[in-house]
Design a protein around this ligand. Structure first.
Ligand SMILES: [Zn+2]
Length: 68
């Protein structure tokens, strides 16, 4: 079982999953984890910074998880 390496980078933002103003902890370069609902979010920089929920494909890319 993999464990997240929690770095010291913490930001406040509105989680698109639980829609709460919450603390987002950086777990990878541009990946944040919502401390409220536990959803993993991807910081998407495109003029504005948004936090997007990570879908299954993204997860496989990041963590090397394979679906069957
Ligand atoms: Zn959340």
């Amino acid at each position: 079982m993999k464990k997240f390496i929690v770095e010291s980078l913490i930001v406040h933002g509105i989680c698109p999953s639980c829609r709460e103003l919450t603390v987002l902890v950086s777990v990878l370069d541009n990946i944040y984890k919502c401390t409220n609902c536990g959803e993993e979010l991807q910081q998407h920089v495109n003029g504005v910074i948004k936090y997007l929920p990570i879908n299954k494909d993204t997860k496989e890319l990041l963590y090397g998880e394979k679906s069957k």
